[in-house]
Design a protein around this ligand. Structure first.
Ligand SMILES: [Zn+2]
Length: 109
């Protein structure tokens, strides 16, 4: 008989239910459902780990993060919060540097 099992999202800690992995119903649920309660959490986790492994740039990570729902950021694991903060901070600095460079160029002209 099909069974539902309780899970806890590894990113935000939300409790949710999935089909028992050995049930045939489990075939219709995405594999990420084993670890994340929704697609948003999966996306954020992937962006952070890709950034952490330097697979994507800060700029790229920021663009991707902008498309995610970060309203529950405080519930995320501390490590993820740290990485998100780093991405946001660094992309800010990046912008400031760029405007400064333009300004410096103007001054020297
Ligand atoms: Zn979640």
């Amino acid at each position: 008989m099909a069974k539902r099992i309780k899970k806890k999202c590894i990113l935000c800690g939300t409790e949710y239910e999935i089909w028992c992995p050995t049930c045939k119903e489990a075939l219709s649920q995405p594999i990420w459902k084993n670890e994340f309660h929704d697609k948003n959490c999966l996306d954020i986790y992937q962006i952070c780990s890709n950034y952490n492994m330097k697979k994507i740039s800060v700029k790229n990570a920021k663009i991707k993060l902008d498309k995610c729902d970060l309203s529950k950021k405080d519930d995320f694991t501390l490590n993820t919060q740290k990485i998100i903060k780093e991405i946001l901070d660094k992309s800010k600095i990046h912008k400031q540097k760029q405007t400064k460079r333009i300004k410096d160029k103007k001054d020297s002209d």
